[in-house]
Each structure stands twice: as structure tokens, then as C-alpha cells.
Design a protein around this ligand. Sequence first.
Ligand SMILES: [Fe+2]
Ligand SMILES: [Fe+2]
Length: 147
Amino acid sequence: MNARETDVVALLTGQHEEIIALFPQAAESEQAFRRLARLLTAHEAAEQEVVHPHVRRQGGGRDSMIDDRLREEHEIKRQLSALDEMGTGHPDFPAQLESLRIEVLAHARAEERYEFSCLATLEEQARTSMIIALTATTSRAAVGENA
Ligand SMILES: [Fe+2]
Ligand SMILES: [Fe+2]
């Protein structure tokens, strides 16, 4: 794997770490929860737009692996909107947030283990577009933060 291929994986893995690291603060502050929700939503949307379709197109029995990841992302989205409706002041919020953290962590590790290795065969142009799309994701989340 050369440096550029590693960059796509490093970018995605870096976003995973950033998201996971926000959970303790999100339990303490509304603002941190909002930031976590924005980053998580943007990250999963970018994977659905850019990463999963690419890996699915490679064939070789990867369909069911991608379907598993999409099911997890659907569950993450469901739990996130339940938390959002509940509000950070709700007595069940910390337990529900912990449940989401466990779900997100398992999902991120499954992507890193089974899916990101498939990005090693990306061609130059696809790699560049993927990096641009993923960087745009982070920027969109940052803009939302300042809005
Ligand atoms: Fe994902
Ligand atoms: Fe991910």
C-alpha cells in the first residue's frame, strides 16, 4: 500500500477516532453532543455516498459485508435521532449515549477490519475524488458548527 492509499484510510480512521473521542464530552455538554451528531452524520453520509458504493462495485461477495455496514449505519442514525429528541437533560440520556458509543465503536472497527482494506486497489482518480469528497464532509460539519 503506498502513501496516498494510506491517506484515504488514514482520513477515515482519523474521523472514527475523532468521533469516538467526543463521546465523553457529549455526555457532559449540549454543544459537544451537537458537534458529535454533526460529525457522525456527515461521516456516515460520506461513506454512503463515496466509500460503500466503491467497495460494493468491486464484487467478490462484498455485497453482504456492505449490507451489514448499512444496517449498522441505519441503527446509528435511529439511536442518534432518539437521543436528539430526548435532549441532553433527560435522565436516560447518558445510558442511551453509551449504547450509541458501543454501536459506533463496533461499526467503526468492522469498517476498518473488513472494508478499508478494499480501498488499497483504488486508482489514482478514484482515490483523489474520494479524498476530496471526504475532506468536504469534514468542512461541511465545521461550517454547520459555526452556523
Ligand atoms: Fe460507517
Ligand atoms: Fe466510518
